[in-house]
Design a protein around this ligand. Sequence first.
Ligand SMILES: Cc1cc2nc3c(=O)[nH]c(=O)nc-3n(C[C@H](O)[C@H](O)[C@H](O)COP(=O)(O)OP(=O)(O)OC[C@H]3O[C@@H](n4cnc5c(N)ncnc54)[C@H](O)[C@@H]3O)c2cc1C
Length: 492
Amino acid sequence: MDLNDFELIYKDNRYNLKDKEKVKAKLEEIVGSKNISMNNIDLLAYTKDTSLIAFNWTLEGKIAGLADFVIWPETVEHICEVLRFANEENIPVIPYGEGSGVVGGAIPVNGGIIIDMKKFNKILEINEANLTVTAQCGINGMNLERHLNNKGYTTGHIPQSLYTSSLGGWISHRAAGQFSTKYGKIEDIILGMEVVLPKGKLISFKTIPRASTGPQLEKLFIGGEGTLGIITNATLKIWPFPAKRTLISYAFPSIEDSFNAVRQILREYIFPAVIRIYDQFETSRHFPDIDNAKDKVMVIFVCEGNEKLVDLEESITREKSENNSGMDCGEHPVEHWFETRFRVTETSEMPPYKIVFDTIEVASLWDNASDTYHSVLDSMNKLQGVIMITAHVSHFYPNGVGIYFSFGGIPAKEQTDLEYYQQCWNTIIKSVLEAGGSIAHHHGIGINRSLWMERELGESMNTLKEIKVLLDPKNILNPGKIYVNTWKGEID
Ligand SMILES: Cc1cc2nc3c(=O)[nH]c(=O)nc-3n(C[C@H](O)[C@H](O)[C@H](O)COP(=O)(O)OP(=O)(O)OC[C@H]3O[C@@H](n4cnc5c(N)ncnc54)[C@H](O)[C@@H]3O)c2cc1C
């Protein structure tokens, strides 16, 4: 197999590796020869993350990005030394968790060294008094959660990608799990961590419930997307596994009725662990057999925890739902969600039909949630080739929501898949910004959203770029993401 036979999508800023053998010898010296590969089959495996457009490219014989080396460090010192060496030689380094990111964050757009974190897979401590778990950051999400469940605990962080993502990836993309309305998002769950900075220095943030110790620097790395440091271990909050779980569902006449019900529940300081609102299109797709939900908006709730509190949460959830014209649909829709919640085959079925498909999650305050939803649907329905645009809402706060859009469409004859994909992304993001929302709720920026970062952050984007230069003056750590418009698109 010759990798040159494949068309490379991101090739413009590829680093020019002058002396491959010299770099290989040094990397072998640092991590050992068993922990390095330059084999085509390995390089091919690390050409992409789970960006859905990359499935289309695979079928067309194209690859997204191409690294020169894949390494599997076993110790923190390995990572420090590799970064020191990469700095000396100006070689790009891309941290890689499990590659389940969906915005191109782990794609080696400039080539260089992939640092796969999979050998950082140990649970270091469970502290039952403090309710914490400390683990290495390459650990697989399901392995961590299963281990905790066997001991009677949970982190409460259960992303749909639980089986295919790592702790380091969660922190780096500021992830949000399905039970986030009760347990919080990853930034609410992290209590301490250890990070290797781009120049190879190790820093750590103490495990503590809270501190008033000046600016909270660790926040830079929660959402740093592997551009500011490599996270090696972290301490998370844990909770006793819930004693009781109650499953509730209601169908509402409109999305606005469902928003009102949920907003009123949260105002009471009641936090069902799971709340999911499916718009009318997704309700008909997921719940065709529920008569009460026909042409309606389905909402499922899971209340869990202490038995007495769960009963109270249930009664307030029901009261607010019924006050907003909700019709009880029983437990079955929630059981159906539990059975199918990790099933994601739908998305990978699209590319063989030449359909460009993806999902985009955004955030909004309550007072413009409805506008955000409708303006995205309106703008996408006007875009040529769009065959579906639907949404569900699965992350909630007393102040607002995270809305998750799914779209599918067929490019015009003269367009490439990527051009059409970019057009869909930009149409959605533009509508969200115009409606007053934020461009990303939990999947991160990576390549796909970098064009919009200046618009999203305004002047503070320049401060962020200055911090990047300060920590990584040679721009070796995960280049081509967040700060750089790798798509080379323009905002119209
Ligand atoms: C089917 C499916 C469902 C999903 N569901 C959810 C969901 O419910 N909630 C959610 O939040 N996301 C979800 N995602 C997105 C994705 O799983 C998350 O972004 C996840 O956090 C990525 O973890 P990973 O280990 O796969 O990271 P990768 O994809 O390997 O990397 C993601 C980014 O983090 C960086 N990185 C990885 N490890 C480290 C480290 N140790 N230190 C520094 N940087 C690092 C990489 O360089 C890259 O920029 C889903 C994705 C898919 C495909």
